[in-house]
Every structure is written in C-alpha cells, then in structure tokens.
Design a protein around this ligand. Structure first.
Ligand code: SF4
Ligand code: SF4
Length: 484
C-alpha cells in the first residue's frame, strides 16, 4: 500500500509541477509581467516539493510512522481537493433557458432612435427628425445638446488618447470601417437570388440546411456559429440609425418576418485587445466589424440563392439586438460588462447575424458559469474608467433581470478618448488567450462553483486587480519610440 501511495503522490506532484511550468511559459508568451513572476515563483515552489519528496523517499522517511501519516494525509487532502474542484456542481437553470431565463416582466422592444449611438450619430440638429425626437423625449435633449457642444460625439476626435502616435492606427481603423459602409445598402443587406437561380428553391431538410449554413459561415471566417429562434422582443421597434442617407427610413417600424437567426462571432486578437483603451483595440474592433459585414452579406446571399429570404445584420445594418440573439443561439452568457461571454474567447468577440425564413434547427442556450463568476469577480466594474458597469447585483431593467450598463457614461468616455476603450473586455478573466493552462482553468470554471471562487481570487493575484494595458504588436505601436 505504501508503494501505491508513493506512486500516486509522485505522479500528482509531477503533474502539478508540469501544469505550473506550462503556466509560466503561457504567462511569458502572453507578455504578462506580473503573472510571469508569480507563475515563476509558483513553479519553483512546486519543483521544490517534487525534489523534497524524492529526497524523503530516498531517505526512507515515508516508512516511518510520521512519514506514513504525512503521506496518507497528503494524498487524502489532494484527492479531496481534486474531487471538490472537478465535480460538476448544480447547473444554472436560468442560464439554460437563455434570455427567457432572464425575463421577469414585460420586455418592451428597444427603439433604435433612443439608443445613444442613434441619437448622437443620426439625429442632426436643425432637422425635422431632431424636432420630432426631442418633442417626444425632452428629457434627453439637454444632455445630448451639451455633449454636442463639447464635441463629444463619436468620430470627432479619433485616436485622441494616443495623439500623433495613434494616427497610423486611426488610418487603419477607417480603412476597416469602409467595408461595412460599402456593404450597407438595401440591395446588399437584403440580397436577391442570382438571376440564374431565381425561382428555383433548393429543397433541404432543416438538419441539412443547418449543417450547410453553419459550415458555410465557418468557412468564410466565423469562429463560432449558432442558430436562434428569434424572440420578437429582441427586434428593434423603430429604425433610428441613418446608414446611407436613408432619412425616409428613420422612425419606421421594424418588422422581421423571419423565424430564425444565424448568429456568429469572430475572435478579437488577444494582443490588440490587450492594448485597450489605446488605438490598437479600436482597430481590432473595426477589423472584426468589417469581417462581420463580409460574413453576414455573403451568408445572406447564399441563403437567398437557396431560394429563401435573408437579411444581414452588421455594423451598418442592425434590425435586432445581437447579444440576446447570441445568448439564445447558445454562443455564451451575458456578463456583468453587458457583452456576451463565450467559453472559447470570453467577451473578446464581435458578433454578427443573418435572419432568415429558411427552416433551421435552433441551438440550446448554455450554462458556462458566467453569471455565478460575475457575481464574485466585478473586475470590469472596478476597472471601468467611466463607472458605467454596476458593482452591485443584477436588477430588473425593462423586464429583464441583469446588470445594466450605463451606455451614456461609456459612450462619453469613448468620444473623449477617440477609441472604443475595451478595458472591460481586456481585464475580464475570461479573455485570457486560450493556452493549455487557461483551457484547463476554463473547463474547471464551467463545471464547478468552487473553481470559480478560487480562480477569481487567483486572477487578482496573478494579473492584479487593475491590470495595465500592454504595448500591443509592434506594427500597431502607439507610443513614442514604438514602431508603427
Ligand atoms: S470582468 Fe469579471 S465581472 Fe466582469 S464580465 Fe468578466 S467575469 Fe464578469
Ligand atoms: S468600454 Fe470602457 S468605458 Fe465602456 S464599459 Fe467598458 S471599460 Fe467602461
């Protein structure tokens, strides 16, 4: 029995030292200075344990009564610890119902005209729309007028946070921006079938259609794809964004006749987001919006060629709210920061969708432990420079029980620094690059509530409560002395 216990203890110690080593390598690769130091110390401690263990085995210590007692205690504690950390704890039934699980009252459809982006980008002072909107919403006029006076509208000070060193990144950001603009017209977002294919509907079972559509979406660049049956409350009630001088559309009711949404996500680069709130992060957001525009228009066109109507939803043409659709499509859960948190990349994603009448098989919403983790963590809220993310518990907002982002504070900060900030996304423990040790940690977090508590504390120790931005890739430099 002693020999069996010695083999188990030796294996356990070697495995933990190996995981410690991979964590050290991962931290160095991620350019996380603080984590590298802590991971180095942790690895040396683990290595010291292995060496001490074999030294004691050689000296026959574990054959003495004290040594044997220590061996039994050590193996037992280790076994209990592993059991407590890897067992699957109670699932979150709310999360498994998707957005229906968050609904506690009547949800009124969102009016795009009232959205802070719609108000500040699309309502021109002096216009008929301006008069109509503020007549109905006088409570918003003073605050919006003040923002305009101060020049705090998006695009007014692009890249301001980095001054002259960010200009090359601003140039790249606008280059990416040109793609959604190019793909914004009604013909592109609601495509017709190719003339050769018109009137020739392809007959597909829902299973085959789902497999083809999901495969196609991945093949053109999406990292995650899911299907949602559209809950109409997540469709905007009225159009409020002006995309191609479509002033006649402003204020029109939006009615989606489609039953399904193909929702997809693109991973944002860990290095680029790591520089947030500096200019590499807005370049990365825009690059993924450009990809989203490309993927959604291609996919809508594919479905139109199959003989079914389809509408692309991308940066310059949204008819529905992307995050609730993504939750219902099983891509992830809603986090405290107001973004979708996925198991594959955390909140480090951008979303797009195509709505369609093509019969598809919807995916199921998922429970990956985000709600429980966010209750403990609060890192995004602590790090948000505009205090836009609530530190407290979820509350009822328009019939949904969730954390409510203060969009006005967030928007004002974006406008001031001239990027889309992304600090909350950068500091979120779910956003780490998916190297081997982080994959293991995420697996444990998904399964187990104790792991969530443990790794939330560990994240603060290894990365700090308020991690600082990193320099980003050299080619996207934003400081004096950096290339770029
Ligand atoms: S930083 Fe923490 S609280 Fe915020 S979304 Fe991520 S896990 Fe949730
Ligand atoms: S993007 Fe920045 S300002 Fe907006 S919520 Fe996140 S951290 Fe706060």
């Amino acid at each position: 029995m002693v020999n069996s216990l010695l083999i188990i203890a030796a294996l356990a110690l070697i495995v933990q030292a190996f995981i410690g080593l991979t964590y050290l390598i991962s931290s160095i690769w991620e350019k996380e200075k603080r984590a590298s130091i802590f991971a180095g110390l942790q690895f040396l401690g683990m290595l010291g344990l292995v060496i001490a263990f074999f030294y004691l085995v050689e000296g026959g210590f574990f054959e003495t009564p004290t040594g044997l007692a220590l061996l039994i205690a050590g193996v037992s504690v280790g076994a209990i610890g592993i059991f407590l950390l890897v067992r699957k704890t109670k699932p979150n039934q709310r999360a498994l119902k998707g957005t229906a699980g968050l609904t506690v009252g009547e949800v009124k459809r969102y009016d795009q005209r009232q959205h802070v982006f719609g108000r500040n980008r699309s309502i021109r002072p002096g216009s008929e729309q301006y008069r109509r909107f503020y007549r109905e919403h006088p409570e918003m006029e003073e605050c919006d007028a003040k923002r305009r006076e101060m020049g705090l509208t998006l695009g007014q000070h692009p890249g301001a946070i980095d001054g002259p060193y960010g200009r090359a990144n601003v140039a790249a950001t606008f280059a990416f921006w040109s793609i959604p603009i190019y793909l914004q017209s009604p013909k592109k977002v609601k495509p017709q079938a190719h003339p050769e294919l018109r009137g020739k509907k392809v007959s597909l079972s829902p299973e085959e259609a789902t497999e083809r559509v999901e495969g196609y979406t991945r093949s053109i660049g999406a990292d995650l794809v899911g299907i949602a049956e559209i809950n109409p409350v997540w469709v905007y009630s009225h159009r409020g964004e002006i995309y191609y001088d479509n002033w006649e559309d402003w204020g029109k009711e939006i009615d989606i006749a489609h039953r399904y949404a193909v929702v997809f996500a693109m991973e944002m680069s860990f290095d680029m987001v790591g520089a947030g709130p500096h200019t590499p992060t807005v370049m990365e957001s825009m690059q993924n919006y450009a990809k989203g525009a490309y993927i959604s228009t291609q996919l809508a066109s594919f479905i139109a060629n199959l003989g079914y109507s389809a509408t692309a939803n991308h940066l310059r043409h949204y008819e529905a709210l992307m995050v609730p659709l993504a939750v219902d499509a099983g891509l992830g859960e809603l986090g405290r920061l107001g973004y979708l948190v996925t198991k594959e990349f955390g909140p480090r994603v951008r979303l797009g969708a195509v709505t369609t009448e093509l019969p598809l098989i919807p995916d199921r919403p998922v429970d990956i432990g985000v709600e429980d983790f966010c209750r403990i963590c609060k890192k995004c809220a602590l790090c948000c420079p505009s205090n836009a993310i609530p530190l407290g518990d979820q509350a009822e907002v328009n019939g949904s029980f969730r954390w409510k982002l203060n969009a006005k504070s967030c928007f004002d900060y974006w406008a001031k620094i001239g990027t889309d900030c992304n600090i909350c996304m950068r500091v979120c423990p779910w956003s780490h690059a998916r190297t081997f040790p982080h994959k293991v940690i995420v697996k444990l977090i998904i399964r187990n509530s104790i792991a969530r508590r443990l790794f939330s504390v560990m994240d603060d120790i290894f990365y700090g409560k308020k991690p600082r931005p990193k320099p980003g890739p050299r080619w996207a430099g934003f400081n004096a002395g950096q290339s770029g």
